[in-house]
Design a protein around this ligand. Structure first.
Ligand SMILES: Nc1ncnc2c1ncn2[C@@H]1O[C@H](COP(=O)(O)OP(=O)(O)OP(=O)(O)O)[C@@H](O)[C@H]1O
Ligand SMILES: [Mg+2]
Length: 423
């Protein structure tokens, strides 16, 4: 693949981040990066609540990227979460009428079409990704690659199906369109983060990736190299700030600051160790009167721990365990990313509650990625570039795809026109 440009945008609850990369001789190089934190409430819990201002911020990020790269950016790839998508895995099978014949591309298309037809799409949603994990021929031979050309009497597949709510996604599309660009591809937020952070070995050993942001927590689980579940919850680090602010009667800004500096979410361990960290005194100003109050890190950490526990143990862990119904085989443990993964003591807390190793994941080792973007809050925007490249690689390697390119492009345009009201 040569001379391709890929653009990615992450429209988060705290900031909009954008990146531009070129791909030459299969090497991806980031040539532009920009992010802007909102000054108003533009995105709440992952959903756009102010289209006009969101458009303005997207425009600013894109025009800054255009200036940095000297390239027009008509198409952007995005990652989405915001509690409006859900992905699950299921198995499907079709018979191949004549025995002893080779599986064709048409058989695979038929299988994927039948999956689409039998899936229960939640109201107000549509299927936006069907990701084959492995194909099963004659109920016994499992192959990861496209099985075209192999002999078989039945073709099955383990697929990961992602549903997305129409309206919140359409709002994002609208903002991007208003900003003068169009959406190329859409990926679940957790897929993007995972692409930037995981090795194939980790996927094979089993791993959970948790993107703990401001307004959302997106997570996924890989078991045996297969994507098992994609989740997005409308709850993130802001939930902790709100509680600190309500209990201590301080501003949202102060609560965010004290959370970062004094909030230990492995609080029970520090109590047990009689840690001096918890004795630190913090001077704060009350909202309204401006009166000085003194609070110790013990009180702050207790609140931070309880709210983190609500999100990570009572929601994320419980959801995964309920869906899995068996013991968690996640040899590679838990990879934490997103801005809130930097909470003090989070790695210790998470590894204790899951009884598995945990680590913080940040994007690294990518050509051109500035040092100031090698932080957990930029995993998704980097991962979207990588996912798009991977998808383009697959298509470029498939010569049939090249032949079909022009016709399928037309078809896709028509489908989008129908879905998104003809723009
Ligand atoms: N050092 C830190 N310790 C704890 N929390 C932090 C730290 N730095 C940033 N955060 C928190 O990270 C959050 C922002 O994370 P991020 O940039 O990943 O959010 P986002 O992607 O814009 O939003 P979302 O994905 O939730 O829609 C904020 O709640 C912020 O308080
Ligand atoms: Mg995010």
């Amino acid at each position: 693949m040569t001379n391709e440009t890929i653009v990615s945008l992450d429209i988060g609850s705290q900031k909009i981040a954008g990146m531009v990369a070129t791909v030459n001789d299969d090497i991806l190089e980031i040539i532009g990066a920009e992010y802007i934190e909102y000054e108003e409430e533009i995105v709440q819990q992952g959903r756009v609540v102010d289209i006009e201002n969101c458009t303005k911020y997207i425009k600013n990020v894109l025009s800054e990227l255009e200036q940095q790269t000297n390239i027009g950016l008509p198409l952007v790839n995005i990652s989405i979460g915001g509690g409006f998508l859900r992905g699950l895995s299921s198995s499907h099978k079709i018979a191949i009428e004549t025995t002893r014949r080779r599986i064709t591309e048409l058989d695979i298309d038929n299988l994927l079409r039948s999956i689409k037809n039998v899936s229960n799409v939640p109201p107000g949603s549509h299927i936006f990704k069907i990701l084959p994990q492995e194909y099963i021929i004659d109920d016994e031979t499992k192959v990861k690659k496209n099985p075209k050309g192999m002999f078989g009497s039945s073709l099955g597949a383990l697929v990961h199906i992602c549903f997305v709510l129409d309206n919140p996604l359409e709002n994002i599309f609208q903002c991007i369109k208003n900003a003068g660009s169009e959406v190329d591809q859409v990926y679940p937020h957790s897929w993007s983060a995972a692409e930037a952070l995981l090795s194939d070995e980790e996927k094979k050993s089993g791993v959970i990736v948790i993107d703990f942001g401001k307004g959302t927590t997106d997570f996924l689980i890989y078991l045996d190299g297969n994507l098992y579940g994609t989740y997005s919850m409308r709850c993130g680090g802001e939930y902790i700030d709100k509680d600190l602010s309500r209990i201590l009667n301080i501003s949202a800004e102060s609560s965010c600051e004290i959370k970062k500096q004094y909030g230990w979410c492995n609080y029970p361990v520090l109590i047990e160790q009689k840690s001096a960290e918890l004795e630190k005194q913090v001077e704060l100003r009350m909202v309204g009167t401006g009166a000085k109050i003194y609070v110790n890190a013990d009180k702050i950490s207790k609140i931070v721990y309880e709210r983190t526990d609500d999100i990570i143990r009572k929601m994320v862990k419980k959801k995964i365990e309920t869906d899995l119904k068996t013991k968690l085989h996640i040899g590679a443990g838990i990879v934490l990313t997103g801005g809130s993964s930097q909470l003090k003591g989070l790695v210790d807390y998470v590894s204790r509650i899951f009884a598995k190793p945990a680590r913080i994941g940040a994007p690294k080792g990518i050509l051109g990625l500035p040092a100031s973007y090698q932080y957990p809050c930029f995993s998704a925007v980097v991962g979207t570039l990588l996912l798009r490249k991977k998808e383009m690689d697959k298509k470029y390697k498939n010569p049939e795809w090249k032949k079909k390119l022009m016709t399928s492009k037309k078809k896709v345009e028509n489908v989008w026109k129908k879905i998104w009201g003809g723009w």
